[in-house]
Design a protein around this ligand. Structure first.
Ligand SMILES: Nc1ncnc2c1ncn2[C@@H]1O[C@H](COP(=O)(O)OP(=O)(O)OP(=O)(O)O)[C@@H](O)[C@H]1O
Ligand SMILES: [Mg+2]
Length: 350
């Protein structure tokens, strides 16, 4: 959410399995994908969404930048997981910028747990407070542990780049979704699920506004582990084989199907939790992204459990393809690039 410079930038998603980069150009109302890359990371180089092995992350960033053929020096990146707290608060309307900031800091002290000094704070005014309190504004407050943000920025800097924007994964997913979303989404309730390796980020949009976000600690890592166990591979080999589609014939029965059943149950739990908090806004559609959206049969497994229409996100819907991009290769990985694409689009935000 924080915008530090106003320069051409590319999106850089530093996550558990990989560094993902996306560059988008916009001329008038046309957006064009000009480059992308997914560079695998060694297990534990990024863990719990914090940089553990800075050298490995920096060299993957350098490879991703080359792979995406971008010359931009500035990046938009995002934080996720337990290091981040987002909360909606209300503050009085009509304050100048200085007083607004002081008010937000005061409220943050009330609403966030102790130790706030070790966190970076940012906020965004969403509009009038929907709870109808006279003259109040609704504000989205975001706090992230300083050492986590600093770890990301240092790895980026060591690759010769500058961090221009720091966002939060579920909001980057929302940004990517909005570009190609059908117009009806503005009158619907849409649950965006980015199902990654360690975490599924959930963001429910009601009439185009985020009303619920949650991290659910469940993802493709369970599948990778079960493959590793079933076939005696180490987790890195299991991950590589999954990416390449180089799997034994009986993998579906031994690992995929049980994983999909589990995934559907877990997502059902999260959406039940959402429903108990927002009984008035039942989810109309579910849109999935992240690596697990590539699994055969995933939408059917989720639809069967949830009883809601499930579609697979295409972050490049409505975009033109630039230069030498191979459309088929891109299609095979597109949902994994949802966060990086949402980040790349931040360069066009006012
Ligand atoms: N064809 C595929 N290619 C890559 N990953 C896949 C594929 N099918 C399923 N997966 C699963 O998706 C996961 C990778 O997804 P993704 O790239 O979205 O995760 P991530 O962003 O690195 O993780 P996180 O967001 O939890 O940090 C892998 O752990 C793997 O189990
Ligand atoms: Mg991810």
């Amino acid at each position: 959410m924080a915008k530090l410079y106003n320069k051409p930038l590319f999106g850089l998603d530093l996550s558990t399995t990989s560094v993902k980069a996306v560059e988008v150009e916009r001329r008038g109302r046309t957006s064009r994908l000009t480059g992308y890359a997914i560079e695998p990371l060694a297990p534990e180089a990024v863990s719990d969404h914090a940089v553990v092995d800075a050298g490995a992350v920096t060299s993957a960033i350098t490879r991703a930048r080359k792979g995406a053929k971008t010359r931009a020096k500035y990046v938009a990146t995002s934080v996720a997981g337990a290091a981040v707290i987002t909360k909606k608060i209300a503050i009085p309307a009509g304050l100048d910028e200085y007083d607004q900031q002081s008010q937000v800091e005061m409220e943050a002290d009330h609403h966030l747990p102790a130790g706030i000094e070790s966190m970076y704070l940012d906020y965004q005014v969403m509009g009038p407070d929907p709870s109808d309190e006279a003259n109040q504004l609704e504000v989205l407050l975001v706090a992230c542990k300083r050492d986590v943000v600093d770890g990301y920025m240092q790895a980026i800097q060591a690759a010769g780049l500058k961090t221009s924007v720091i966002d939060v994964d579920p909001f980057a997913v929302e940004n990517a979704y909005e570009l190609g979303a059908p117009a009806e989404y503005l009158s619907k309730t849409v649950a965006l699920l980015d199902i990654g390796s360690q975490v599924t980020n959930i963001n429910v949009l009601h009439q185009g506004q985020s009303i619920f976000t949650r991290d659910h600690y469940f993802g493709g890592q369970h599948l990778t582990e079960s493959l590793a166990e079933s076939y005696g591979w180490d987790p890195a080999e299991a991950e590589q084989r999954l990416v390449k589609g180089d799997l034994p014939e009986d993998y579906s029965q031994r690992a995929l199907r049980p994983f999909l059943q589990n995934l559907a149950l877990e997502m059902g739990r999260s959406l039940d939790f959402y429903a108990s908090n927002h009984p008035d806004h039942a989810v109309d559609w579910v849109v999935i992204s992240g690596g697990c959206a590539l699994l055969p049969g995933v939408s059917e497994a989720l639809e069967g459990q949830l009883g809601i229409q499930v579609t697979i996100a295409d972050p490049f819907q409505g975009m033109k393809m630039g230069r030498i991009l191979n459309w088929r290769k891109l299609k095979a990985v597109a949902p994994r690039l949802m966060v990086a694409t949402g980040l790349a689009l931040r360069s066009f935000d006012p």
